[in-house]
Structure formats: C-alpha cells, structure tokens
Design a protein around this ligand. Structure first.
Ligand SMILES: NC(=O)c1ccc[n+]([C@@H]2O[C@H](COP(=O)([O-])OP(=O)(O)OC[C@H]3O[C@@H](n4cnc5c(N)ncnc54)[C@H](OP(=O)(O)O)[C@@H]3O)[C@@H](O)[C@H]2O)c1
Length: 292
C-alpha cells in the first residue's frame, strides 16, 4: 500500500453496522486504520462484526469515542438525528461523519455543539450487500460537506480508496440526491417501461437483451461525451417528429399515463437539443398538449 493511501495511525469507531457501515469499516481497516468500538442497537450483528475486525461491541448510549480521530455514523437516515443526540452527551471523536446522501452535516448539530467537527461522506454507489474489498470504491464519487476539518478527513478517506471526493454543499444536497436517484432508479424505471411496452405487444423476453444492450451503449456513449445531450439518440433527437407522433398515437390508446411520461421525455430531449444549439431541424413540441 502506498503511503498516500495509508490511514495509519487513524483510530475510529462505527455506529450502524449495516451494509454501508460494515463496508466502510472494512475499507478503513484495509488501509491500516484501527477500529476501536462498534455501536449498534442489535447486539448480535454488532458483536459479530466487532469480533471480525478486532473491535469492542458497545451500546450506543454508552459509546464514548473522545481521543479518536473519527466516529462514522452509518445508521438509517431517519435515525441519524436521534442517534446524534444520544451520542452528544459524552465526548466524541474529533470528526464525526455520516453517510447519508439526502442529508447534510447539520443533522449532526448536537455533536457539533458538543465539540466535534461534523460532516458527511456519501458514497455515490449502491450497496446491495456488504462490500468488504476497498477496490469496490475505486473510481466512485464521494460527496462531502461539513466543517473544514471533517471535509479534509472525508477527502483523505475517499482518496485512500481511489475514490473521487466531490464537495456537495448543504443547499445542493436534496437535488443532488434526487438527481442520483434519477441516474440510477430512474434509468431502471425507463427500462421497466420499455419491458412493459414490449410485453404488451406480445414480444418474447429475448427482446430485453437488445434493450439492455442499447441502454449500456447509450450510457457508455453519454459518459464519454463532453456534452451529454449530444449522445441522445432516437427520432425526436433527430428531429423526426412525424415518426414520434405516429408511435405516441398508438401508445396513447394503450396506456395514457405512460404516453404522457414519454411525451414529457420527448419535450426534455427537444429542450436539451435546442440548448445544445443543434444546427439541424428544430421541430415544434411533439404534441400541442404538453409542449416545453
Ligand atoms: N445502501 C446503499 O446503497 C447506500 C449507499 C450510500 C449511502 N447510504 C446511506 O448509508 C446509511 C446506512 O445505510 P445502509 O444501506 O447501510 O442501511 P442498513 O444496511 O439498513 O443499515 C442501517 C444501520 O442503521 C441501524 N439503525 C437503523 N435504525 C436505527 C436506530 N433507530 N437506532 C440505531 N441504529 C439504527 C441498523 O441497525 P439494525 O441492524 O438494528 O437495523 C443498521 O445497523 C444511510 O444513511 C443510507 O442512506 C446507503
């Protein structure tokens, strides 16, 4: 391990040994950090992870991490505020970081008032299960906010895992997280809609292999483009609104709400294309009813 990546001699504790907390604890330990205590409400998983990593299991209401560099809070979003309050009447680590994307550092206000620097370290990646290998984080974005000392430590952790630290200030946090949901769940929702449309037409399941291949290619192309809108393809993007109108007229008879959503997307395509200053055909809105 290079010295730049080493987290020796960082000492830290974890509250919330779920998927994210357990993963990040493994990644910290893999870089040489020393884990001291693990606080959890459920004794068995807490004790089991503590045994695995050589830490001590602790009750959240007893945990005291004063003198340590970091306390990582990876509890469910709705529990963060109350857990922060429950921890704040004892001395806690110099820096406390939470891992929620939708919340900013202010949810840790009681700990800040008690003397810790507070911030957030949101791994912009999915944890369908515990990911023990820090290689999983390589190339992933980590969204940071909070006090300078907290952000500096969060920045160092992200770099130690070959991640990409990106400051996301408190005011931008809700829309940052909504956009993240659009980039992940939103794309899958569109694929689910494509699947439903194909099934409605009685097409065999294999058709989805083609749609997934198209989606992978489109995402790959968009990620390589300096202007994402230049990577949008399809009749609307090409200005062929006659084709789009014929297709949408059929869909409207089959599924009105889906047709409305598709018209909304087409209008977005037109907006992005016109902002791009596309020199080609500048079509009118796909329908008179929901123009941009
Ligand atoms: N999953 C993801 O893909 C992902 C990605 C990035 C960030 N995050 C964020 O990371 C944080 C943890 O998410 P996760 O996916 O790791 O969730 P998780 O696997 O469900 O783990 C949540 C942890 O919080 C504990 N917890 C829940 N309510 C609590 C309470 N009232 N008091 C004390 N502890 C409580 C749980 O304890 P029990 O075992 O007792 O339930 C568990 O240890 C969240 O802020 C989430 O938004 C998640």
């Amino acid at each position: 391990m290079s010295t730049a990546k080493s987290l020796v001699p960082l000492r830290f504790s974890l509250v919330g040994p779920g998927r994210v907390g357990t993963s990040l604890a493994h990644w910290l330990v893999a870089r040489g950090a020393e884990i001291v205590d693990i606080g959890g409400r459920n004794p068995e998983p807490t004790a089991s992870l503590a045994r695995q990593l050589g830490a001590s299991p602790a009750k959240i209401d007893r945990l005291q991490t004063g003198g340590q560099a970091l306390l990582l809070l990876a509890v469910a979003d709705p529990a963060l505020e109350s857990v922060a309050t429950r921890l704040a009447d004892r001395t806690q680590a110099a820096v406390v970081l939470h891992t929620a994307g939708a919340l900013d550092a202010s949810v840790l206000a009681p700990l800040r008032a008690a003397g810790s620097s507070t911030g957030s370290l949101h791994p912009l990646m999915a944890f369908p299960r515990i990911l023990t290998d820090p290689q999983e984080a390589a190339g992933s974005v980590f969204a940071l906010d909070g006090d300078p000392e907290a952000q500096a430590l969060a920045h160092r952790l992200a770099l130690s895992w070959d991640g990409i630290p990106v400051p996301v200030p408190a005011a931008a946090r809700p829309i940052y997280h909504l956009a993240a949901s659009l980039a992940a769940g939103g794309v899958v929702t569109l694929l689910a809609a494509a699947s439903e449309m194909a099934h409605q037409q009685g097409l065999p399941d294999d058709i989805m292999k083609g749609y997934f291949a198209l989606a992978r290619g489109a995402v790959e192309q968009a990620s390589r483009s300096s202007d994402i809108s230049s990577a949008i393809t399809g009749p609307v993007a090409r200005g062929d609104l006659d084709t789009f109108r014929r297709q949408i007229a059929i869909l409207e008879k089959l599924d009105k709400s889906l047709a409305q959503a598709v018209i909304g997307l087409a209008n977005l395509t037109l907006r992005f294309k016109s902002e791009q200053g596309d020199p080609g055909d500048r079509p009118e809105a796909p329908t008179g009813r929901s123009g941009p």
